[in-house]
Design a protein around this ligand. Structure first.
Ligand code: NAP
Ligand code: ZN
Length: 358
């Protein structure tokens, strides 16, 4: 086994970075921190492309810093472990999701399983690390992360298609669990892209009655194959009339500005619509659909480390992975434009073996 010894120097890393705002992503060499005793070094094999990568590279949410190596749907193999690491060994299949550090009190009960909402959480890229450096994400050939933030990927799941579980998977799993999706519950997924298609698979596996609300019927066959019981086009005005007061739970994965009031009208009394997609501008909202049905509008962000592991184990048990299109790193700029045009079936995943290739 390769065990890290003290005072090892930083690790030379090859990645793909946005060098500055408005510039295309290009190959980029940098150094990862020298691994510490509680660190795991991961040989990254695949990284999914989340729409959040695009928002941040294009600084649509503000506060982006460059150069930026995006990527928080990371799947790979452990290549070395620090001397204090107990949970992982060289060769293990592992993943890294949206954060690489959080408040570590040493008391698991204090973390409350909601690290993703803590102000001290360090995100996987475009975030200040505890040592003051800027974190660099998964469009790269290796990463160094303390073992508490490393997830185990079940051996029966292929690493390439499992990568998107680390963000798209947990982002849908967490609200489905929190709002009680299961047998007897009617769940609608708005938008069938990277997040949405995972929502369909997960809600179906939990036993809910699943409806997709997509812009058109063009992906209807896929939706049914993935586990949807019903599929409707939101471009058809009859959809909103026919489905009024139908759902217990609506998960909205769309980042474009939708008329949320219309969607709220599709909830039953006491139903909840959860925002997962993040528009860059405020969205006007009428009070009537909320008041006139004691309905709830909520939001949800990824999930905790414990819940992410629970989700991965659930996916291992039910053989759930993402439907992916694997790409070379050099194709990433084109792919960003395709995602923005909703031309994605259903997640692009970068094959890191292509990183050094011309
Ligand atoms: P995606 O693959 O681009 O999927 C978004 C889907 O939204 C599209 O496939 C499309 O589905 C629908 N859509 C796009 N433009 C639309 C429009 N103008 N009107 C109506 N529907 C439209 O993106 P993603 O990776 O799933 O991410 C979606 C959003 O979630 C992004 O804002 C991302 O930043 C955010 N996100 C949030 C979290 C969280 O923790 N809350 C985590 C990850 C990502 P149809 O073609 O089926 O209509
Ligand atoms: Zn993401």
């Amino acid at each position: 086994m390769s065990t890290i010894t003290k005072n090892e120097s930083g690790l030379k890393t090859l990645g793909y970075a946005a060098p500055a705002l408005g510039k295309p992503l290009a190959p980029y060499s940098f150094e990862r921190r020298a691994p510490r005793a509680d660190d795991v070094v991961i040989d990254i094999k695949f990284c999914g492309i989340c729409h959040s990568d695009i928002h941040q590279v294009r600084d649509e949410w503000g506060g982006s810093t460059f150069p930026m190596v995006p990527g928080h749907e990371i799947a790979g193999v452990v290549s070395a472990v620090g001397s204090d690491v107990t949970k992982f060994k060289v060769g293990d299949h592992v993943g890294i999701g949206c954060f690489v550090d959080s408040a570590r009190t040493g008391d698991p009960s204090k973390d409350d399983n909601l690290e993703q909402y803590a102000s001290t959480t360090v995100f996987t890229y475009n975030s200040k690390d505890k040592d003051g450096s800027t974190t660099m994400g998964g469009y790269s050939d290796k990463i160094v992360v303390n073992e508490r933030h490393v997830l185990r990927i079940p051996e029966n799941l292929p690493l390439d298609a499992a990568a998107p579980l680390l963000c798209a998977g947990i982002t849908l799993y967490s609200p489905l669990k929190h709002w009680g999706a299961g047998p007897g519950k009617k769940v609608a997924i708005v938008g069938m892209g990277g997040l949405g298609h995972m929502g369909v698979k997960l809600a179906h596996a939990m036993g809910a009655d699943v409806t997709v609300l997509s812009q058109s019927l063009s992906k209807q066959e896929d939706g049914k194959r993935l586990g949807a019981d019903h599929y409707y086009a939101t471009s058809d005005r009859a959809t909103f009339k026919n489905l009024a007061s139908s759902f217990d739970l609506i998960l909205c994965t769309v980042s474009a500005q939708l008329d949320w009031s219309k969607y709220l009208g599709l909830l039953k009394v006491d139903g909840t619509m959860v925002l997962l997609g993040i528009p860059d501008q405020p969205v006007p909202l009428g009070a009537f659909p909320l008041v006139g049905g004691r309905r709830n509008l909520a939001g949800s962000m990824i999930g905790s480390i414990a819940e992410t592991q629970e989700m991965l184990d659930f996916c291992g048990k039910h053989n759930i992975v993402s439907d992916i299109e694997k790409i070379d790193a050099s194709y990433v700029n084109e792919v960003y434009d395709r995602v923005v045009k909703s031309d994605v079936r259903y997640r692009f995943v970068i094959d890191m073996a292509s990183l050094g290739a011309k």
